[in-house]
Design a binder for this molecule. Structure first.
Ligand code: ADP
Length: 493
């Protein structure tokens, strides 16, 4: 049995709490295919009381999970990785019908996810702490890394499958138990399917829990995370707008937060760059998942000597991408997630054109399928070009530059700082520029989206804080100091 709907049948989903699917009762909400609004699932519209039940289950499961031998945990993570690989084709279909993801994007996520599960399988064997020097004779001091307790996670609809794995497995790998609140737009790809996989792999009841909620109920359901003393950390992937609301609430509750937010990711193409490689890297980096990933490239700064040829070749490559229903494996550009997303991109393209920009390609849509759009000669005050706000869709701005240092400074005039890329044949020059970038990630000769399971992803400034990979040990553990003294102490009184 799986929650993934068959062709012609929608799913009815419930919460996953304490090792079991809860009995479906109470209200539901509809999850619809973004391509054609067909019904994909009726999902349980959870309440604060459901969430409290899940948090209680996670709290009960915590001591045993935290104390489990690393080898036992390793076996579970490796089993989950094998299930993810085995279910590749089903998962691709789920991501297409629920989130509008192309096969190329879903396969990318599946590969990253099983690789990350295999990485995480070994983290139980990372050093558990340090022995420290003490100035007091006869004293031994050591620190051990301790899991926090229950880590609550918000998972997003975009890149849902991979990002939900991140939200589950980074805390789990370091000994925490988890409760996930998936996005209302894709609750299966953003958490419920993970519950199915973790249960099959044999993770113990209560170590992972998922509670879904209807749009509009998020604040009241998530309030449990802030109120419960068992929840020690809130792990949010989403927009900086919502992160500010949650951050204010977390401030009052004095809760630790890990934030993976948006980006306005620039690409610098220097005069010595390989043009064909640059065209490929930008096409992939800007238009994977229709530009709905926080790490998509939003703006390309290209040396003026290359500008015209770069634009010409890029337009040709982008226009060759197939648009339509992502269930068709040849399709690269599927639908945007909502009408609001289409309206946002349309308004921003129009704003740029009204200010005098040139449309190199795109600027049109059929339903929610928006053609990849490239704008050149965009005035700096056009909304899509300022960097003040990410346009979450297939819209790329290209700007010619005369001086790489100035371009680099312009590229950083944004509150975001997630990913950047630099294309150049001179790796030393690339490293010099990279060192001056204020971003969590800088790739030299690779797209802004060059994720690998073992490498830390995360932002600076308004792109958030916290890192994936084993660096997440900083986010999901705390340091316990223990000292042990012998002999008489020396006291001033
Ligand atoms: P998106 O618009 O991409 O879905 P958001 O950042 O708006 O991203 O939402 C991400 C998550 O935050 C969703 O799970 C949503 O339910 C939740 N959310 C949105 N607003 C609030 C709020 N006021 N309180 C708690 N959760 C919220």
């Amino acid at each position: 049995m799986t929650i993934i709907p068959d062709a012609g049948r929608h799913s009815v989903t419930t919460h996953f709490i304490d090792g079991a699917w809860t009995t479906a009762s109470g209200p539901t909400f509809d999850v619809r295919n973004p391509l054609d609004d067909s019904l994909v699932a009726e999902s349980a519209a959870g309440s604060a009381s459901d969430m409290q039940t899940a948090v209680d289950a996670a709290a009960r499961a915590f001591p045993a999970w935290a104390g489990m031998a690393p080898g036992e945990r390793q076996r579970l993570f490796l089993a989950a990785a094998d299930i993810v690989d085995r279910r590749h084709d089903e998962l691709v279909r789920l991501m297409a019908i629920e989130g509008g993801a192309s096969r190329a994007f879903s396969s990318f996520q599946i590969r990253l996810s099983s690789a990350m599960l295999r990485q995480a399988a070994g983290w139980g064997y990372l050093p558990a702490g340090d022995v420290l020097r003490s100035d007091v004779p006869g004293r031994t001091a050591f620190v051990t890394r301790k899991p926090l307790g229950v880590v609550a996670g918000f998972t997003p609809w975009n890149g849902a499958f991979y990002l939900a794995w991140r939200t589950f497995l980074l805390p789990l790998a370091f000994g925490n138990t988890t409760v996930i609140k998936p996005s209302e737009l894709a609750p299966m790809s953003a958490g419920l399917i993970h519950a199915e996989i973790l249960a099959e792999a044999g993770f113990p009841p209560g170590s992972f829990n998922v509670v879904t909620n209807a749009p509009g109920d998020a604040a009241s359901v998530a309030e449990v995370f802030f109120e419960s003393p068992d929840v020690r950390c809130i792990n949010f992937t989403g927009s900086d707008k919502t992160a500010r609301i949650l951050g204010e609430r977390a401030g009052r509750a004095l809760k630790r937060m890990v934030l993976e937010l948006g980006g306005f990711n620039p690409v610098l193409i220097l005069d010595d760059a390989d043009l064909e490689e640059s065209v490929k890297a930008v096409t992939f980096g800007a238009f994977l998942h229709q530009g709905q990933v926080c790490m998509n490239a939003r703006k390309v700064y290209v040396d003026r000597s290359l500008h015209d040829e770069f634009v010409e070749r890029l337009v040709a490559r982008v226009e060759s991408l197939a648009l339509g229903d992502p269930v068709d494996p040849a399709v690269i550009i599927g639908p945007l997630i909502t009408d609001a997303a289409v309206e946002q991109i349309q308004a921003r393209v129009q704003d740029a054109l009204d200010r005098g920009a040139t449309l190199a390609t795109g600027g049109r849509h059929e339903g929610r399928v928006y053609a990849p759009t490239i704008l050149t000669h965009v005035p700096k005050d056009a909304i899509c070009s300022t960097g003040a706000d990410e346009t979450f869709g297939p819209l790329l701005v290209i700007e010619a530059f005369d001086d790489a240092d100035t371009a680099m400074r312009d590229a950083q005039a944004t509150p975001y700082g997630l990913s950047a890329s630099i294309m150049t044949a001179d790796r030393g020059r690339g490293l010099d520029l990279a060192a001056r970038f204020d971003a969590g990630i800088v790739h030299i000769n690779a797209p802004t989206m060059a994720s690998e399971a073992a490498l830390p992803v995360g932002g600076v400034k308004d792109s958030g804080w916290g890192r994936s990979g084993h660096y997440a040990v900083e986010d999901f553990t705390e340091v316990r100091l223990t000292t042990m003294s012998s002999g008489p102490g020396r006291y001033p009184f």
